[in-house]
Design a protein around this ligand. Sequence first.
Ligand code: HDE
Length: 697
Amino acid sequence: MASKSHYETTDGNGGETHQRIGAKAPHDAGYLTTNQGIRVSDNQNSLKSGTRGPALLEDFVLREKIFHFDHERIPERIVHARGTAAHGYFELYDSLTDITKADLFQRPGAKVPVFTRFSTVAGGAGSVDTPRDVRGFAVKFYTQEGNWDLVGNNIPVFFIQDAIKFPDLIHAVKMEADRGYPQAGSAHDTFWDWASLMPETTHMLMWAMSDRAIPRSLRMMEGFGIHTFRLVNADGTSTFVKFHWKPKLGMQSTLWDEAMKLQAADNDYHRRDLHEAIESGAFPEWELGIQAFDQKFANSLPYDVLDATKIIPEEVLPVRLIGRMVLDRNVDNFFAETEQVAYCPANIVPGIDFTNDPLLQGRLFSYLDTQKSRLGTSNFHQLPINAPKCPVMNFQRDGQMQMIVPKGRASYEPNSLGDAGEETGPRECPVTGFTTFAHQAAKDEQGDKLRIRPELFADHYSQARLLFRSLTENERAHVASSFTFELSKVALAHVPPRIIGNLRNVDEDLAKRVAAGIGIPLPPKNPAAREPIDINPSPALSIQANMKETIAGRAIGILYADGSDAKAIKKLVDAVKKQGGRSVLVSPKVGGATLADGSHLKADGQLAGTPSQTVDAIAVILSSAGCKALLKEASAVQFVMDAFGHLKAIGHTPEAKPLLDKAGVEPDAGVTGLGDPFIAAAGKRFFDREPKVRTLA
Ligand code: HDE
């Protein structure tokens, strides 16, 4: 049979060549060739002079193979290096013709392909998935009018107000310059030193110290465009807009202890979770929402909508859901797609436009620069994952790795080559082409060249207070404990008092708890550049208050061993499936166990390698003898102890009780028998239990 080349363009020739040579492919996979298409006869041995002689320089097969291998790495992203991505589509609910002419927002039911990459910010490409960090949430919409990239995060505000501070922020948070650690974490001197000197970070710090920064799953995070953008309709009228992504599975986070233990249990926890969900057909879904408003509304707010450290609470301006994104296909190749995808906030389509947000303005040129440095050539847009799915026609030519072979002489414009019967190439179109919104600049939007910020940007604390006061009591304790944890890792003694001095502007109680948590006297309040004001709490900001009590999309760990009740296991597995959850069978041996009825059940995971932090609730289905044997297994005791400590539901057979006792499990609403009570409990976390298992700040 004909060998099939992995280069699509040479597919056709393969068959012919084989016929000419008259050789038979060794197996269906086809012939191994060099990059020049030369068939390789031996992929096991390099060319040598004699059996024990030196390797020969003329071995072009070896040389090419090693040469290519030597260059397999490209520079990782400076920030957001660790990420994972999937393909899918965006589907519009209602026409938005009244506020935007963007093609993707015109026809209800219209679908646009998307490629979405989630990431952590601080860690390198090989770091873990579950540090305390912001998550990137970048969506490339391949629309009929070109690519629109909505490059956002899972937190609605940012650390800084002006792009000029970004390199400082990143240098401070990344591993320290002299020692190369810590990797992927903000709990160290330089980050907190910098943050303590930058009061504008305070609101974002509150988010970063909240449960938002330790998500349970990428599928259970909100996403935000953060900046105020514009939508522009066919009449040229502009409406301000903020973009939101709302996960269909609801929001959910881990506990800090759980997140830390996940780093040991599974470095790839989020990446695996996303991949497996899509592979199993449980396609993750988000709704896209907008907060649309005009200049008059913007003027009525006590903060500036061009300030990326501010939100507009949903209670003040509701989020209108306009469509949904479904991720339904994993990548075929991680490097070609996830690594080489190049997002850029400057990629917008007619009907969407920028504002003067000074952070957004800086981003508009940063991303193009970074892609050139990362992907090596100005032709990175031709890579399949970056290429628009609509015609691309212009007179840009050449450059490294040019993949396109333009025909004819028309590489300039205007030209009159048409008069000679030659191709003339494309022309601009003032009607359908992108036109920048002709914003009538207000008094403070023009004038002398200044390095200055608008006055309202100086309010660094009101919205930090708003977030803190919108959280549940348990979530507030998590925020106080996170500050305590992070500042406990700071060796520069003068830094924590400065942070706490800033926190006193946010909330006195929070500041006191953090000072007590790290064991220092309450420092004096730092003067605020602008006195904070009280804003009504926004219940929409709390995860716990908005969590969906469901096991859909969640994993239930079932611990069993020799002698366990086969019927009880089957009943539970069926019930979990019916609710849209996933059972993870855990047994001391991965080969499984022999159940009471003599049947054998293979496990999904071995007990020591599948700790309970990898699942959302556990059921312990053991016989008396099985339980007795596991009492001597630290991993079994830990399995139950951690589930209790991580506030998860624990269902169990009466015979498993000694194991629960040894693990320190105390009775509460989350500790149940099997059957319906367990199914009802498994979709919840029992936050009331927390004071029993750890001291929070
Ligand atoms: Fe980025 N950011 N950023 N950023 N950012 C990058 O571009 C930058 C900012 C965000 O999955 C880089 O391709 C500057 C805010 C995401 O590939 C780089 C500033 C937000 C991703 C860059 C910001 C983001 C990036 C690094 C301050 C949320 C990953 C590699 C003005 C709205 C996209 C790359 C992916 C990536 C620069 C601030 C989100 C260096 C200069 C605010 C999700 O160009």
